[in-house]
Structure formats: C-alpha cells, structure tokens
Design a protein around this ligand. Sequence first.
Ligand code: PMP
Length: 449
Amino acid sequence: MGRPDAPPPRSAVFGRSMGPPLPVAVGGDGCYLIDARGRRYLDGSGGAAVSCLGHSDEKVRAAIHAQLDRLAFAHTGFFTSRPAEELAEKLVAAAPGDLGHAYFLSGGSEAVEAALKLARQYFLEIGEPARHRIIARRQSYHGNTLGALAAGGNAWPREKYAPLLTECSHVDPCFAYREQASGETAEDYGRRAADTLEAEILRLGPESVMAFIAEPVVGATAGAVPPVPGYFARIREICDRYGVLLILDEVMCGMGRTGTLFACEQDGIAPDIVTIAKGLGAGYAPIGAMLASRRIHSAIAEGSGAFQHGHTYHAHPLSAAAAHAVLSRLLDDRLLDAVPRLGTQLADALDARFADHPNVGDIRGRGLFRAVELVADRETRAPFDPARKLHARIKAAAMEEGLICYPAGGTVDGARGDHVLLAPPFIITEAQIGELTEKLARALDAAIA
Ligand code: PMP
C-alpha cells in the first residue's frame, strides 16, 4: 500500500466521508489498528462498540478458517447449518426471559428491521391487525434502513428523507443529566420518563400500538446513558398493561459491553424481542441477530407457519461460526468476567483525569461502555455551539494522537451537545486504559482550544 511515509491515496471507494482521504487500515494487533504508514491507533471505542475481542483473536480466526474449509454457504431457503444452529442454541441458553428463538441477519439495521416486521406479523397472526404503530424515544438511533431510521428519535438523520415508510412517535429518552429536574429524585424522574410512554399509548389508542423500542443503555446518540433505577421495570409494566411488545435494541450495548451478556439483565427485565449485532461478530464477520420470545414464535408457527422475511445472506455459516467463537470466548473462556473490573478501572481513570475539567459536564456508563459529555459551561450544562462541530474536531485530534474514540453530537435538536463514547476491547490492559485517557485528554484540549 505505498511507501510508509506516503500520504493516504485518494480513494475510489464510495466512502461515507467525501472529505480528506482516510488512512488505509492494513493490520490489527490486539487493541491496536495499524495503517499503511505503519502508524498504530489504540482502539478506544472498538470502532463503534464492535471489536470486543480486539483485532487479532486467534480462536475466532481459527473458527472462521475451519468453517471455510468445511462449508461457506448454503441458502437458507433450502438448509440450516451447524454453525447457525449451534449459535442459536448458545445465545438462547444465555438469554433472559422467554427469548427462545434466534434469527440471524447481516447487521444491526437489518436486525431492527426484522424485529419491527416480526412484531407486525405477530399482531396480524393473532387477529389484531390494527396494531401497527411504533413508539421510540427522542435522542435515539436504531439503524439506517428506512424502517429503522423512522424509529430513530433524532430528527436530523431522518428529516431530510421524509416522508419515511413507518409511523413512529417519540417519548422521553430517560436521560437524567439532561432531563431530570433539579430537586427531582432519580426514581421520580424514571417514573415521569416512563409515564410519557403510557401517555403516548393512550393518545394514539392502545389498539393501534404495536411496539415500543429502546436501547437499555443509549449508545451513539447520547453517549452511554444508563437508565435511572426502576425505569425499565415501569416500561415493562406499561407495555404489558396495553399489550404492546417491548423491543430492546442491544445492537450496541449488548454482547457483554455493559458487564452482562445482555444489558437489560441489570435492569431485571426481559423484552419480547431483542436485537444484537456489533459485538456479536466482534468485527470478524458481519452478523446481527434478533431473539424473539417463544410466545411470538409459536403464534407464527401455529398461524401462517412462516416469518415473511429473509435475506440471501442471513444466517451465513461463516458469520455464524465467527459469532459462535466470539460467544465462546466471552462465556467459556470467561472474557466477559473481566468487563466489570475493567469498566471500573476505566471509570476511575476518566474520573481522575476529567472530573475537574472545565468542559466535562458528565462522566457516565456501565462496564466498558463509557462516555464523557462536553459542555461550554459546567454550571448551566450549556452545550457547545453546534456550528463548532466539536465532535468532528475531537475525532480528528484523537486520530492525530493515535486514538480511535467515538465522538458524536453537535446538533441541538435530538443529540443535545457533544460527547465522546468509549468502548474498548475487553482485553484492554490497565496500562492501555492509562494511554487511552492521556491521549483523549490531549485530543480534547486540542479540539476545544
Ligand atoms: N441500533 C443501534 C443501537 C446502533 O447503535 C446501530 C449502529 N450504530 C444500529 C442499530 C444499526 O446497526 P448497523 O450499523 O449494524 O446496521
């Protein structure tokens, strides 16, 4: 890929960014990515909470090679495959509640899209065809396909494509730092936030509402925002009271990222449908999954007998073999056990470095899913002027430092203010946590200056 000191070449790839050329990634080594010039970048965000095992896991690589030597592809219209069956069994055995069946897709948006269609089909099968409306939360993101985009609560990514295909409305995001009133307890705020769902169901008419979708710990749109205690228990109660399906989107916060395999385990609830993706393939293969309750599965099995959905590459054997190996690494090799301890180390390091920083308003998260929120004024919590595009400046400054982190925000509607999401691999060491924090501090100072 050219001389080590050559600038990155102009790209013929139709990239996301049409700005200056991006560095060319050529290798991975544990928690580091290496570009064509030989520069090493500490992966402080697992890309976007993807690479939970780092970039050179021997066992996952061996599992993909072994599967490739046996079988690459068998169309799901004709066959199931051993890796898909084994992965489904392992996921279902570890899942909370009644989640008894897994359906595999190629990524997070496809998983959300399939979940929304499954919910719709469930109500058609049980003779409640009027239930078609989706409720989500403000300041949320559920994917980039048209249905998932409609569910997302941030106006800016969706409005320019309006009208979208699905009807969706948005309720309180349960974002304590931004929404909890002064003098209000966390419990009272949680109840108030959850009750906005009930009010919306009643406004729309319960007989027309199909599902409520939310991320247990909000990822990219708000920055590792955990719910306040009791919030999801009340959400579960409200969904049950009105016969509305609860879909939890764990595409980003699932697969052990918050310290338990499913983030919702820490809130003591189970959804009717859960979506997972990023950490499932851990970057080694494109795969997402939707886990559905036995109740939904049997309504369809005993009704029309088929879920009217499918993609050519769903349940791909190579992806399933990779994800099965990832899950084995987390559960059987017990890498998941390290997440709470490493998460506390990361939280302590961030607190020590940023608690007194004049522009850090909040440091939050669970497990190895953490964020710092940046404010122009700590007292008033006023965000930076979005026109400064602080998140983009932080990303560029961090790349200069050799750090991959995930800054987002910058729009006052929806994503209020700027934050930096951190989601490093579960194999990060204490020394690398120190390196991450120092590089982030330098990047923040360079970007804010
Ligand atoms: N849901 C959530 C919560 C996400 O964070 C994302 C990706 N950022 C998606 C869905 C969409 O996943 P994908 O990019 O794999 O389509």
